[in-house]
Design a binder for this molecule. Structure first.
Ligand code: TUI
Length: 311
């Protein structure tokens, strides 16, 4: 399936892997790229040198293009922004902020810049600032989210900008991809399904929790203080939301989430840790390789878009 995004990025399938903190490391990024999508290394809160090492390890595993997600709230964002240039990365996505101050440096280096946005206003601002495309991310996504749903955001962003739009949030099969295309997207970004891929290094407890999840098993913490994070319900989210209702501030609640994503992803503590996942977790039922996932989804999406029933 060819779109402006597959052309822009030099990839076979219009599927981009989310830049998930702790999860999007070199094994996953290389596997998604090898399968014909665009793998991403998630910079998250990691120092620049750690991201450089991840980039080099991914290069040893694939000759195909992969990108880096720069999390703009990271204290190391300035360093990571330089490392991607030094390492000759060709595609950068950004999250949790406006990448304006890095835009000149990245464009000069010939990098394709694809900010993740959560509103039409942000999408317009990014286009004006020179973005090559935007990811329109709905609140069905895992992790840090905005307020609009994918169904409402994607067509409004597609109408507002002329650069290509990538849909994200609540997409995990060929039906989701076909639907996103109907809304005006030219590719999708997916996180949750890839978390349970065979190549994903997350702890087995995390994968099992996600596979067991039902449709309404996620919760959003931090809505009261402007840092909304979607994750699967557990002891941590129950405690967090209870204290939020009592009026506790972000600073007072920080102890509950500090290091909690690492604890869930690396140590498998899915009760006290942060198990970030999107609302589509309920549909993710088994571990497969990234190639199996991508081939299955593309066959289903292509059949639907040609007017046949899904396979
Ligand atoms: O960035 C994400 N998802 C993330 S980042 C992350 S790590 C983290 N952990 C704790 C706190 C904060 C982050 C986990 N999940 N998705 C992309 C995304 N970007 N969603 C929403 C936005 C966004 C938000 C504000 C984009 C721009 C923006 O601009 C701010 C402004 O001033 O308009």
């Amino acid at each position: 399936m060819k779109t402006r995004i597959t052309e822009l990025l030099g990839i076979e399938h219009p599927i981009i892997q989310g830049g998930m903190a702790w999860v999007a490391e070199h094994n996953l990024a290389a596997a998604v790229s090898e399968a014909g999508g665009l793998g991403l290394i998630g910079g998250a809160n990691a120092p620049g040198e750690a991201v450089r090492e991840e980039i080099r390890k991914a290069r040893e595993m694939t000759k195909k293009p992969f990108g880096v997600n720069v999390m703009l709230m990271s204290p190391h964002a300035d360093d990571v922004a330089k490392v991607v240039v030094e390492e000759g990365i060709k595609v950068v996505t950004t999250g949790a902020g406006i990448p304006g101050k890095y835009m000149g440096m990245w464009k000069e280096a010939g990098i394709r810049v694809i900010p993740v946005v959560a509103s039409v206003a942000q999408a317009r601002m990014m286009e004006k600032g020179g973005a090559d495309a935007v990811v329109a991310e709905g609140m069905e996504s895992g992790g840090h989210i905005g307020e609009a749903t994918t169904m409402t955001l994607v067509p409004q962003v597609a109408d507002a900008v002329s650069i290509p739009v990538i849909a994200a949030g609540g997409i995990a099969d060929g039906r989701g991809i076909a639907a996103a295309f109907m809304l005006g997207a030219e590719a999708v970004q997916m996180g949750t399904r890839f978390v349970v891929s065979k190549e994903s290094i997350v702890h087995q407890n995390y994968k099992d929790r996600l596979i067991k999840a039902k449709d309404i098993d996620s919760a959003v913490t931090g809505t009261s203080h402007g840092h909304p994070i979607r994750c699967l319900r557990n002891k941590m989210t129950r405690e967090y939301i209870r204290l939020e209702k009592e009026g506790k501030s972000f600073e007072e609640l920080e102890y509950l989430t500090l290091g909690a994503l690492r604890k869930a992803v690396m140590e498998g503590d899915v009760e006290s840790g942060t198990v970030m996942a999107g609302q589509i977790a309920g549909m993710v039922k088994r571990e497969q390789t990234c190639r199996e996932m991508i081939e299955e989804m593309m066959a289903q999406a292509e059949a639907l878009l040609k007017g046949r029933r899904g396979v």
